[in-house]
Design a protein around this ligand. Structure first.
Ligand SMILES: C[S@@+](CC[C@H](N)C(=O)[O-])C[C@H]1O[C@@H](n2cnc3c(N)ncnc32)[C@H](O)[C@@H]1O
Length: 296
């Protein structure tokens, strides 16, 4: 059974389903982070979804003494946020519900946005007007006064918006004819290879099987900023990417990345006497064609 400290009028899972309590599935405990303050007192007053709420204003008041001031930092940069909340005025749940807009009878509750769910969790995208301390001023609220709020997240259009997703059983809703997702708002870097680097990359691919051009391109197109996990560093005033034992020197001008040169990441001492294994022997061969001063 799920234990929820916000479950004011909630029946237990056993009461709802008739199942016996057990250790599995495990119990989950949730604490509200705050509450909705809204003029909407009764269910019939509330819109069926935020987009139908016509700008309905509300506040979300977060609890004091929980460090939520810090958790709220930077949220105001987002225009839209997800509010995850608890349908606290629900007496229970039903496997089949009759949504107001269904013209073809009852639907499985998981195929709907009904509040009558086994875990009565609601999710609404609302407009965030401003944040004043622990108070969020929102619009498009479809939550009732006193609704416990469980979480807040930014609405990120490039991953949350799927205009081509269709309308399921809402057959009377207009179908979008825009099949693609909105594009990622962060434009990719343009990655170009100088002649030397291109020639070296071709040699590496032919002799080692490592698809180094694709590795370089996909890593740097995402962003060439120094990053330990992505193996990008600033070395001797140059930018350097590591791909396996290879080192890639590149420059950045605005959003253009130029791949200048590739060299070996092995030290001179490791490559002395022709290298200890097949990998090092290939690096020695590479250095014979394109000499480079290796670190001792
Ligand atoms: C269809 S639900 C959609 C909620 C949310 N946007 C979602 O999709 O999960 C909206 C309806 O839930 C009801 N509602 C809102 N807050 C509630 C609460 N705290 N407890 C029970 N019902 C609530 C209101 O009747 C409102 O019209």
């Amino acid at each position: 059974m799920r234990k929820c400290r916000v479950g004011f009028a909630q029946k237990s899972a056993e009461e709802r389903s008739g199942c016996r309590d057990s250790d599995f599935p495990p119990r989950l405990t949730l604490d509200p982070i705050g509450f909705v303050r809204s003029p909407l007192e009764t269910k019939v007053q509330a819109a069926r979804q935020p987009r139908a709420a016509a700008g309905m204003p509300a506040r979300i008041e977060l609890l004091r003494g929980r460090n939520f001031e810090h958790a709220l930092e930077d949220l105001a940069h987002w225009k839209l946020i997800w509010v995850i909340f608890w349908f606290h005025q629900n007496p229970g749940w039903r496997p089949k519900v009759l949504p107001p807009r269904s013209t073809t009878g009852r639907k499985g509750v998981f195929a709907t946005r009904s509040p009558h769910r086994p875990n009565p969790i609601g999710m609404s995208v609302v407009r965030l007007d401003r944040v004043d301390g622990l108070i969020l001023h929102i619009r498009d609220a479809d939550m009732l006064e006193g609704t416990p709020v469980l979480d807040l997240k930014p609405y990120v259009a490039y991953t949350d918006s799927h205009p081509g997703a269709g309308t399921g059983w809402l057959e009377d809703a207009a179908r979008s004819d825009t099949p693609s997702q909105p594009s990622d708002p962060v434009r990719a870097y343009l990655v170009e290879f100088e002649a030397l680097a291109a020639e070296q990359a071709v040699w590496i691919e032919a002799h080692t099987g490592l698809a180094i051009r694709e590795r370089i391109h996909s890593t740097l197109a995402l962003g060439p900023t120094p990053h330990p996990y992505r193996r990008i560093r600033r070395v001797d005033g140059w930018m350097q990417l590591s791909v396996k034992e290879w080192r890639v020197r590149f420059s950045v001008v605005e959003r253009d990345v130029r791949v200048l040169e590739i060299y070996s990441g092995f030290r001179a001492s490791q490559l002395a006497a022709g290298g200890a294994d097949e990998t090092q022997r290939l690096h020695c061969e590479f250095l014979a064609i394109w000499p480079h001063e290796q670190k001792a």
